[in-house]
Design a protein around this ligand. Structure first.
Ligand SMILES: Cc1cc2nc3c(=O)[nH]c(=O)nc-3n(C[C@H](O)[C@H](O)[C@H](O)COP(=O)(O)O)c2cc1C
Length: 287
């Protein structure tokens, strides 16, 4: 249950005064997390299983939003607008109103056979491409790829993933991996996280690895989108040393922690799809 006058985080309670001083990027993360755990997760149980509405339901998210507005930050960003929708639902439940199925977006339905064919094609055909034609990759395709990364699942809805796009020879040479990534043939997108958000919410103490997993989820979505666009991409590993050298060479902000990078371009040739170990070797039976 929320305690009036406080916003809970792992190992700490924030007062209004604390929130007024908090770094905006951390305050935004705290808002998304409090809407997620404080309202969204419980909301689904209340609506579908008729669980009772908790006392002070959505109080913390409301308190952060008030501070957000008072500090003059934009309410027009998609994450804040999303949070406001949940606060509105929480208000309605507190007033004793019923949330009807038609108040919510329709539940997911199985894809049609045609849609399934596309999904299967995408998942089964995607492969790593490591050689590219000398041909520019249009900016709008890079944006589409990053939008796909933006849509990936993210731990506790905290939103820590960040991208740095490298196109020129000078920029690309700031990062190295085991394969050549020549400028003019590919664009490199470095995927990392903003390290100012987890400490504010206390998640650095309990699930720090989720920041890296968020980057991985984004990278996978991005490579799938690249494939659908006819581009070829590959996931590239960074050693800790590579990441540090990259940050220094490129002048990335201190808060950006690079995790991996992907290179995308127009495939130079077809490649044999790597085959996996059989499913029965992957599934571990415990009974
Ligand atoms: C965590 C991770 C790290 C990877 N690092 C590299 C790398 O540094 N260099 C590279 O050429 N490919 C790298 N890859 C791509 C894999 O080699 C590739 O996904 C795997 O061989 C299967 O081939 P496929 O992607 O064509 O299905 C990496 C993939 C993952 C998931």
């Amino acid at each position: 249950m929320s305690r009036k006058g406080f916003v809970r985080a792992v190992g700490k309670n924030y007062t209004r005064e604390d929130l007024l001083k908090m770094e905006p990027v951390a305050l935004g993360g705290l808002f998304r997390e409090r809407v997620h755990h404080g309202i969204e997760v419980k909301f689904n149980q209340i609506v579908s299983r008729k669980m009772p509405v908790p006392e002070n339901f959505g109080y913390e998210a409301r308190m952060i939003l008030e501070v957000w507005k008072e500090r003059g930050f934009s309410e027009k960003t998609p994450d804040i607008e999303w949070g406001k929708k949940y606060i509105d639902f929480a208000d309605r439940l507190i007033r004793g109103e019923e949330i009807k199925p038609e108040d919510l977006p329709p539940r997911p339905e199985p894809f049609s056979q045609k849609e399934m064919e596309t999904v299967e094609k995408l998942i089964r055909e995607r492969r790593s491409i490591r050689e590219w034609e000398e041909k520019p990759v249009p900016e709008e395709l890079i944006e589409k790829i990053m939008e796909a990364g933006r849509a990936a699942p993210l731990g506790c809805n905290l939103g820590v993933v960040r991208f740095i796009v490298l196109t020129s020879e000078e920029e690309i040479s700031a990062i190295t991996s085991d394969i050549p990534t020549p400028a003019g043939r590919c664009v490199v997108i470095v995927i990392g996280y903003d390290d100012r958000i987890y400490p504010a919410v206390g998640h650095d103490k309990i699930v720090p690895h989720n920041q890296v997993l968020d980057c991985a989820a984004a990278g996978d979505h991005m490579l799938l989108m690249a494939h659908a666009l006819g581009l070829g991409g590959v996931w590239l590993t960074q050693t800790e040393k590579t990441s540090l050298r990259f940050k220094e060479k490129i002048g990335a902000p201190e808060f950006f922690q690079p995790v991996m990078h992907i290179a995308v371009g127009w495939p130079a040739n077809g490649t044999i799809k790597t085959e996996r170990t059989p499913l029965e070797d992957m599934v571990i039976k415990v009974k």
